[in-house]
Design a protein around this ligand. Sequence first.
Ligand code: MN
Length: 317
Amino acid sequence: MRKIALEEHFTTPELAKNYVARPTQSDALFADVERRLADFDELRLEMMDKTGIEMMVLSVTTPGVQGVSDSREAIRLARSANDFLAREVQKRPDRYAGFAHLAMQDAEVAATELERSVRELGFRGALINGQTNGHYLDEDQYVPFWERVQELDVPIYLHPGKMADHPAMFAHRPELGGPIWGWTAETAAHALRLVFGGTLTRFPKVRVILGHMGETLPFLLWRLDSRREFDLGEKLAPDARPSAIIRRSIAITTSGVCDPVALAAAIQALGEDNVMFSVDYPYEDPQIAADFIESAPIGEKVRAKVCHGNAERLLRL
Ligand code: MN
């Protein structure tokens, strides 16, 4: 079945040296990742052809400019990365689309760059690599950003970035602070800030995308409702429950979780219109991801939605 994949990463020559996270201890694996991040030709296209991935929506790998300490430099590098990606997409508009890369150090500038990326460069939304200098997207400073997102009617992919600090629970266990667990905890908490902090209620048309099968949230919906009502000591209106806000405002991808049990649960929890195929290239193996989605025990109508239909609708591809 033809597939669209939307958590697929690249880097630019400017960002490659200092702003690519290293989620492996293996030099050989990381060298291969670096080679693939910089490639838009044979390596990527041959792999796409081999695995039936018709289109990739490309994004700058984590942390990108969100890891740049000088915000003026971050703004410059973000603009430059978007122009760089637009040139690559233009060469193969049938195979590549883009998510904007934004310097979230400055919400107003990020909103303006998102608008330029969507209206002038034809990008499909933006991918944000987690917190920025300890700041999260439910903060008041980001209200103008979300206003622009809603106005432009494009999704925001909330992708893991590194944690702002190192909690004691990860002390002496550095492997738990990365993609094995810490990135999931960080990204799920960030998404829950948007749910509980009111952002997704104030901007009901905004759509947020989470990778990694929803960063565990599909598994927790019942508990989020139950404990929130216990916390408040009152029943919530059905559409004010955390689960309702998540089902309405959040869609997820299968990136990096090639598990048919988790897929079935996610589809049941969020609905068949809210789950989309992705790989997380080049950190994950596209062949494993493709084999997983082709063979998962779901109906063909649902498989078509997950493989391409939902992404086509949400990203207007
Ligand atoms: Mn990723």
